[in-house]
Ligand binder design. Sequence first.
Ligand code: PEP
Length: 250
Amino acid sequence: MRTPLIAGNWKMNKTVAESVEWARACIAGLGDVSDREVLVCPPYTALATLAPLLEATPLALGAQDVFYAEKGAYTGAISPLMLKDLGCRYVIIGHSERRQHFGDNDAIVNKKIVAALGHGLKSILCVGESKPQRDGGEAETVVTAQVRAGLAGLDAAQMEKIVIAYEPIWAIGTGDTATAADAQAMHAAIRATLVGLFGDTVAAALRIQYGGSVKPDNVDELMAQLDIDGALVGGASLAVEDFLRIAHFV
Ligand code: PEP
């Protein structure tokens, strides 16, 4: 049985004061969520302030990216050691905005995942095709190739700390969600790829989130799909009432 993971990715939004206000309201509104995991990934600037607020609550803390070195001359970078030190449990790796604006390619994504796992951070590997790739019938080839490259060299034990987020690029921040049936089809293709790479047991246990314009009014249908095990939520995670409704999917 896979425990669903609902994660909020704030991207480059919210001051520290706004983050605290959101976190207090979220914790107050979550209630009993023992049948699902709930995670927030604020900007780096809010992590240290939120960590003690979230401790011993059902809301876990994660980061939006990480560099692959532990320390050294990498101006502007944040290491897995630093995130672990702050109390992060998860880190998002390979988000399409990182791939588009910051040059993260599959090889870099793989190095970041290996580094994060080395420090006990659970990694959310983001994969997804562009609109031209979908229109050209290449979506499954592109996505499964990203899965293979991102997870290259990992063993079954490491896979226990991996979550995959399928996020079609054309659905991110556009309001244009994949249909539940299309999302399910891609999730099934990802799981079949995992069977080939790591075997049935690992593939059956691994959580695959959907991301791309998840909202209060579409989350229930998405979460009802057999291979959709959670949501990675961008825009709709900024308003705490919307995020709470998504976290309370039925
Ligand atoms: C995301 O940033 O991962 C995302 C899915 O964004 P949105 O929910 O705004 O489409």
